[in-house]
Ligand binder design. Sequence first.
Ligand code: 5GP
Length: 201
Amino acid sequence: MNNRTKPLFLVMSAPSGCGKSTLIDMLLQEYHDLVYSISCTTRAPRGEEEDGLDYHFLAKQRFEELIGENAFIEYAKVHDNYYGTLKAPIEEVLAEGNSMVLDIDVQGAAKVREYVRSLPNNDPLKIGYVDIFILPPSMEELRRRLEGRGTDSREVIERRMANAEGEIARADEYMFKVTNDDLGVAYKRLCDLIDAMSGRM
Ligand code: 5GP
């Protein structure tokens, strides 16, 4: 993507274990005008997490002020903590001619889609909007990958599998679906989609 191409507002979702983070990291390394959207949250930082890098860590009161100001394109309360995506950074990135990528779950993506639908046709967020769902090759392979990580308890794996089924059931809401069978093939397909949608040769 460069100045002669259309800035994209790219929304990506996938069940846990489908390689979405890896694919997004690969895209960010290749497309230097692609900016990763950093969410806001009221939960405390964990481990090595850094403010402004992993999340914008906000006090609950500040988050609620921002809700009141209609500053979020979408937000959700998860286990007593708020999570949300600010509108302003997306608008700024697109206005500069760059593209923004959101890594967001199916419910968040549905809210973003609804918001984009409400915008006038000449709004850059609507013009550049693309959403992509990353699919596992099969449920058996997804289970194998989750178990292969060796980090999660049986209970966590079962919960992820159940969540994955619910998310995959909504994959048709997305403009494009990419199956991550082979990482290189899935990445190539993603690049082709992005190049086509942004008008890059
Ligand atoms: P964690 O606390 O483990 O980083 O994230 C908990 C949950 O919050 C995950 O399911 C994650 O997808 C979700 N989440 C992270 N950022 C956002 C966001 O900007 N909006 C919404 N709706 N959910 C988010």
